[in-house]
Write a protein that binds this ligand. Structure first.
Ligand code: NAD
Ligand code: G6P
Ligand code: MN
Ligand code: MN
Length: 433
């Protein structure tokens, strides 16, 4: 039987994952699911873990669910390790989003200044996990969801000995579903050639039953009635002629870079009214955990779809299934580029369609991104690399460099102000600085 270890098991997303394993049990017989959390997350772990146990019981499957805060105990002999933890919990995310706003800068917890700090908090922890994997389950695959997923994958490739690592995101699935909805067809008929970086991925071409429909999709994107976004990102409409000129399909997160000012104004307004996304999610999370506590609940509640990561388990479980069964199907994942995108270094992490085999993802070469998309992608890649280096070294100047080169940050002076305030605000989770 298969042993899965999920680090950050107390996440409200865990029922998604459990549902995904239950649905695929015939092909993917999971015998043990270990949900790992930390002291601070014990209560969440208990509540969500007990729901997981009820779900498995209802399905009548022999999956043992273990709850623990002893990561090393859990990792022994694991086949797959999935990571979905949040160092500092949502309170830290709220700071990532709010502090930059004081300086009229979007925080953005993945590819923005907030993402730099989420990375600085997360990378030392993931590298510790990598050391434990090396020692306790050296054959395991590490399937990372923890954001910033692109930067985290980059750090694992560059600074650990773990080669069997894959970074995952639900954005490509969300794009495919959004496209299918706009075309009014079943998502199973739609294929998209994805390439770029995490939260910076483009649809280079789109196929309906194998025939390119990219022009139609571009027109659908240009139509303000189709928001095509994630629950956590505003659906502000695109300038139609811009989308036509770009010719490839941007993801929801591209709005932060191509519509910076409008997005900033909206985030400033929200911060003063409903709160930043972290603050909205804090309330959502409280509601979800109230539901999870109900001893009669034994399915994934539909309210979970209000979270931006809805359906992420489809990505995780499909990936694990295809590795385990050597399916050789195509899935967009974060992996070592190996020449798939010409203008990115071979040893950097990219998000690109891959053939998923028992030896992991094999990236499909796309040649290169259109010249208009290339620069932003390279800039974010530079940001991820410099940020990962700062996380590992704890070097102040390197962190300042990462902050300054982020496209959302307007100047070196503002970068330093934001950096200094955030280093102070997050110091309990930044032992390397
Ligand atoms: P959350 O705030 O609920 O955190 C999940 C759990 O991590 C908590 O129970 C917390 O106690 C635990 N945790 C914190 N530090 C830990 C550590 N050192 N070791 C083990 N556990 C630890 O977070 P969430 O909103 O459920 O999101 C979880 C993570 O998944 C975040 O990093 C988020 O960005 C990411 N995410 C990614 C995607 C994607 O597309 N890749 C989608 C959704 C969420
Ligand atoms: C999207 C992204 C995730 C991100 C999530 C945030 O789905 O792909 O990487 O973590 O949104 O959602 P939330 O509900 O936490 O704002
Ligand atoms: Mn994501
Ligand atoms: Mn800048």
């Amino acid at each position: 039987g298969i042993k899965i270890v999920t680090i950050g098991g107390g996440s409200s997303y865990t029922p998604e994952l459990v549902e995904g394993f239950i649905k695929r049990y015939d092909e993917l017989p999971v015998r043990e699911l270990w949900l790992v959390d930390i002291e601070e997350g014990k209560e969440k772990l208990e509540i969500v873990g007990n729901l997981a146990k009820r779900m498995v019981e209802k399905a009548g499957l022999p999956i043992e669910v273990h709850l623990t805060i002893d990561r090393r105990e859990a990792l022994k002999g694991a086949d797959f390790v999935t990571t979905q933890f949040r160092v500092g919990l949502l309170a830290a995310r709220a700071k990532d989003e709010r502090i930059p706003l004081k300086y009229n800068v979007i925080g953005q917890e993945t590819n923005g200044p907030g993402g730099l700090f989420k990375g600085l908090r997360t990378i030392p922890v993931i590298l510790d996990i990598c050391k434990d994997i090396e020692e306790l389950c050296p054959d395991a695959w590490l399937v990372n969801f923890t954001n910033p997923a692109g930067m985290v994958t980059e750090a694992v490739l560059r600074y650990s000995n773990i080669k069997k690592v894959v970074g995952l995101c639900n954005v490509p699935i969300g794009m495919r579903m959004g496209i299918a909805k706009a075309l009014d067809v079943d998502a199973s008929r739609v294929q998209v050639n994805f390439a770029g970086l995490n939260h910076m991925v483009y649809g280079l071409d789109t196929f309906l039953d194998g025939v390119s429909v990219q022009e139609q999709v571009i027109e659908a994107m240009a139509n303000p009635d189709n928001a095509m976004t994630m629950k956590n990102i505003s659906g502000l409409s695109w300038e139609p002629d811009f989308i036509r000129a770009l010719g490839v399909i941007p993801c929801g997160y591209h709005r932060y870079y191509y519509k910076t000012d409008e997005m900033l104004q909206e985030e400033l307004e929200k911060a003063d009214t409903e709160g930043t996304r972290a603050e909205v999610v804090q309330k959502l999370e409280t509601e979800l955990f109230e539901l999870y506590k109900d001893p009669n609940l034994d399915i994934k509640p539909p309210q979970l779809e209000k979270r931006g990561g809805a359906y992420y388990s489809d990505a995780a479980c499909s990936l694990i299934n295809s590795i385990y069964n050597d399916k050789r199907d195509i899935q967009p994942v974060n992996t070592r580029n190996n020449g798939a995108i010409a203008s990115i270094e071979d040893d950097s992490a990219v998000e690109v369609n891959c053939v998923i085999t028992k030896d992991g993802p094999k990236p499909i070469s796309v040649g290169d991104l259109p010249v208009a998309a290339r620069g932003l992608v390279q800039q974010i890649k530079s940001f991820e690399r410099v940020a990962a280096e700062a996380a590992v070294t704890g070097d102040y100047n390197t962190a300042l460099l990462a902050m300054t080169i982020n496209p959302l940050v307007p100047s070196d002076k503002v970068a330093k102000q934001i950096l200094d305030e955030m280093l102070e605000a997050h110091k309990e989770h930044l032992p390397q600085f």
